[in-house]
Design a protein around this ligand. Structure first.
Ligand code: BGC
Length: 332
């Protein structure tokens, strides 16, 4: 090859390398409805930064309209990848379209964006969380009166979870072994909502409750508070999700039966690694699942979840370093 051509190619390569845009990822955090959300953005950032990317965060604090405005701002910030953890699943289609027009890859994080056609979904097997809760309950209480307290319907995970619970419970209900006393999606993931719901129920109904399928540790905690206000209100099984410090402590204190542990560190790290690859226009190979957003089938990375109760807490959440032993007080 002619020396001049080699020299010209080398110069072009150097110019391209020097002018390559910095890797920029936008992360829109919808709310702080459970402990995990105060940790995940940081884990994501640490991983993405170590891989050479910059992460711009916006926090919507549960305000769906504000989140959409903040995402518009991120779209205009020269990002290559946009991560959305939505506080509400609805109204995203035009925004995702705007992002796509700007050449941005869009990832739904933990919760799906409905009918919006995002490029990827990173989450857990959410229906399995519901199945694990219900299976734990029927294994320990195959007959009796059940209450189902779900998360808000604005969060698609709440629907998947209840679907999973129902899949397990239905044969028991059909046989007449299990009676559902109350089944409700609460307005929010706030423990106060669960407290109010349970308090109203307990005021009106003097009936034995065998199990409360609370969708996460927050709702379990609210239910426990309401039960503690009533004399002789022994409930055998109370489920949860997230393996929060509060949930695990309630389990150790015998107030909650189980929780579902989801490694949010793995989720945040996997999403960060994939985002950096996408920002460099590299392909990812681990989105091997497909999850419907209602209209489109979205390639998804879904992580497995683990049932935790007092018998395996040390071998799971503690061994994993998710919770440190000294954050909990174990009975002597
Ligand atoms: C998540 C749960 C969390 C809940 C409240 C759901 O979408 O999957 O892990 O407990 O939101 O933040």
């Amino acid at each position: 090859m002619n020396k001049k051509i080699v020299f010209a190619s080398l110069c072009m390569f150097l110019i391209a390398a020097c002018t390559r845009e910095p890797l920029k990822i936008g992360f829109s955090v919808g709310d702080f409805s459970s402990d995990r959300w105060s940790q995940e953005p940081q884990i994501f950032q640490d991983e993405a930064t170590a891989l050479g990317a910059q992460v711009l965060f916006e926090y919507a604090y549960g305000d769906a309209n504000q989140q959409i405005e903040q995402v518009r701002k991120l779209i205009a910030s020269d990002i290559q990848v946009l991560i959305i953890f939505p506080t509400s699943a609805d109204n995203w289609a035009p925004i995702v379209e705007e992002a796509h027009k700007a050449g941005i890859t869009v990832i739904a994080y933990d919760r799906m964006l409905k009918d919006a056609g995002v490029d990827y979904y990173f989450s857990f097997f959410n229906e399995d969380v519901g199945k694990q809760q219900a299976q734990y309950a029927v294994d320990n209480r195959p007959k009796g009166n059940y209450i189902i307290l779900g998360g808000p319907t604005s969060d698609n995970n709440s629907l998947l979870l209840m679907q999973g619970q129902k899949n397990v419970l239905q044969p028991y209900i059909d046989r007449g072994d299990i009676t559902i006393l109350l089944e409700k999606h609460l307005e929010t993931w706030n423990s106060i909502d669960a407290y109010n719901e349970m308090q109203t129920f307990l005021d009106k109904n003097k009936v034995k409750i065998d199990a409360i399928l609370a969708a996460n540790d927050e709702l379990a905690g609210g239910s426990i508070m309401a039960l503690e206000m009533v004399e002789d209100s022994m409930v055998m099984i109370i489920t949860g999700q997230d393996a929060s410090v509060g949930g695990c402590q309630n389990i150790l204190n015998g107030k909650q039966s189980m929780t579902v542990y989801k490694s949010i560190r793995n989720l945040a790290r996997e999403a960060a690694q994939a985002s950096v690859k996408m920002a460099k226009s590299e392909k990812i190979t681990n989105a091997t699942n497909l999850v419907s957003d209602g209209t489109n089938e979205i390639p998804a990375v879904l992580l497995k979840t683990v049932v935790v109760d007092k018998n395996n807490m040390k071998e799971t959440v503690i061994a994993d370093g998710f919770i440190k032993e000294d954050q909990l007080s174990f009975a002597p």
